[in-house]
Design a protein around this ligand. Structure first.
Ligand code: PGA
Length: 477
């Protein structure tokens, strides 16, 4: 092909002339940069390939990382865990065996992504999130996310979402808000872990987490300031009361003093809030994760103890008594997973008392069918959204809408041992969730979410609204 033919084929003279004219019209201070940007925008982005690799998550366990290439850039995403190793084999395995199971699942997912997923997505427009997610789901349909694993699907879906935002030249949270069909931006109230127990710590505390919600902060930045000051005062109080060995941290970065009762933990946190000077401006939440200590129809509050007193084997109705008492004695505004994952009856009984937010985690599994049932039966009144249980960005947005339509609270949640991907921060803002749960102000995989929210708030300036006291009802217009 001659030079002339090449120029004509690509209409280069006309395109360059148009770009030069646009730079002149705009009186661009740096015309070369302007022309480069103008011409780049004239070429639509298309996905050219998807590559996956194994990385390590916050537990040092294998996880899937994805790089989605377009003709313009590369976009990276990862999702916690490997997805596949649920079930008896993984549950009964020790840590090293579990790691091997995860590694096999991740290796399988990497192969499928590099081969089938990449082939299916090549040529697609990264702005078309719903079409991309449908293509991912179609590959896996018959196997109910078993072949790819929900986490691997999610990593591809998130990488595509990042590519879509880049192509639109808007921040990720803004692109997500567009996908949700909303316009305003709401900064969530952080549910900051300060004490860990349950399966997340080696202490005697049966419940998994005690969290603080700085609902009285004027903005997200102040909320994190209040949260981290309280966290550090709590450390001092624990050191004074129980000694240095009790200030070790648990799975989400919360402290894990060797306490065994919920009220002992709440008292410590209240003392820390008072010492920090935030009385009345910080509320409390607990994640009971009761499925982990449900035995038959009873709840074993000493499930981690080798010397059981036998006095702490509670019925579901006893648990309701305990929760009612706690709500009357403390500024406790949210209880997550208060009963076994299939105890619909008692969850409903507690929710109906209207003592506080009752948030469904294992009960709902972020599953639209379970959410539908819970909405109809009023089994709980808030969704704990773990997006790697859902599988794709589009499906995650759908379940947020489902919960919002029912006037539920929505708590976007990390996973324990998450990766350093901060996507859920943008999701919480774009979908106006109102609440985000990402662990303590400690450990990189937790801070990456909170720090991203600090950046978003700064970027939004006066357009950003902190959910604050509206943490349960936040919504975008
Ligand atoms: P999980 O816990 O990832 O271990 O389920 C997360 C949470 O519920 O906080």
């Amino acid at each position: 092909m001659s030079v002339q033919e090449y120029l004509e084929k690509h209409m280069l003279s006309r395109k360059i002339e148009e770009a030069v004219n646009a730079a002149v019209r705009a009186k661009a201070p740096d015309p070369v940069l302007f022309i480069a940007g103008h011409m780049r925008r004239a070429v639509p982005a298309v996905i050219t390939r998807v590559r996956a690799r194994q990385i390590l998550d916050g537990h040092g366990a294998p996880a899937v990382e994805v790089e989605l290439h377009t003709n313009k850039a590369v976009h990276r995403a990862s999702a916690a865990g490997a997805g596949a190793p649920e079930g008896a084999a993984a549950d009964s395995a020790g840590d090293s065996e579990r790691r091997r199971i995860l590694a096999r699942a991740v290796a399988d997912a990497v192969r499928v992504i590099n081969d089938k997923v990449s082939e299916a997505l090549v040529g697609m427009d990264p702005q078309q999130q719903a079409q991309i997610d449908q293509a991912i789901m179609d590959l896996d349909k018959a196997r109910h996310k078993a072949e790819l694993g929900a986490n691997a699907m999610l990593a591809v879906s998130i990488a595509a979402c990042k590519a879509g935002a880049a192509e639109k030249e808007v921040p990720l949270y803004k692109h997500i808000a567009d996908l949700v069909g909303k316009s305003a931006a709401t900064l969530p109230v952080p549910a900051i872990t300060v004490i860990n127990g349950g399966k997340h710590a080696g202490n005697g505390l049966p419940i998994q987490e005690i969290m603080i919600l700085p609902v009285g902060a004027k903005n997200f930045e102040e909320a994190m300031q209040m949260g981290s000051e309280t966290y550090h005062h709590l450390k001092d109080i624990i050191l004074e009361k129980y000694g240095a060995e009790s200030s070790n941290i648990g799975d989400h970065g919360g402290f894990a003093p060797n306490i065994s009762s919920i009220s002992e933990g709440l008292d410590l946190v209240i003392a820390a809030i008072e010492r920090a000077g935030y009385n009345g401006r910080i509320k409390l939440a607990i994640d009971v994760a009761a499925t982990d200590f449900c035995a038959g129809k009873k709840y074993d509050l000493e499930f981690k103890s080798t010397k059981k007193s036998g006095k702490n084997f509670k019925s579901a109705d006893d648990m309701i008594e305990i929760y009612s008492q706690l709500c009357s004695e403390y500024p406790l505004v949210s209880i997550e997973q208060p009963f076994d994952k299939d105890d619909w009856e008692h969850s409903k009984k507690l929710t109906t008392l209207e003592l506080c937010q009752v948030a469904g985690d294992d009960l709902l599994m972020s599953d639209p069918e379970r959410i539908k049932r819970a909405v109809n039966e009023y089994t709980c009144n808030a969704l704990v959204l773990k997006i790697n249980q859902v599988g794709t960005v589009t499906e995650a947005i759908e379940v947020v809408k489902q919960a919002k339509d029912a006037h539920w609270g929505v708590m976007v949640s990390h996973r324990s041992g998450d990766t350093e991907d901060s996507f859920i921060a943008d999701l919480a803002v774009g979908a106006a969730a109102g609440q985000i749960k990402a662990g303590a102000p400690c450990r990189g995989e937790c801070l990456t979410k909170y720090n991203q929210l600090l950046r978003i708030e700064e970027e939004l300036g006066s357009d950003g609204v902190y959910a604050g006291e509206n943490w349960r009802t936040a919504s975008t217009s």
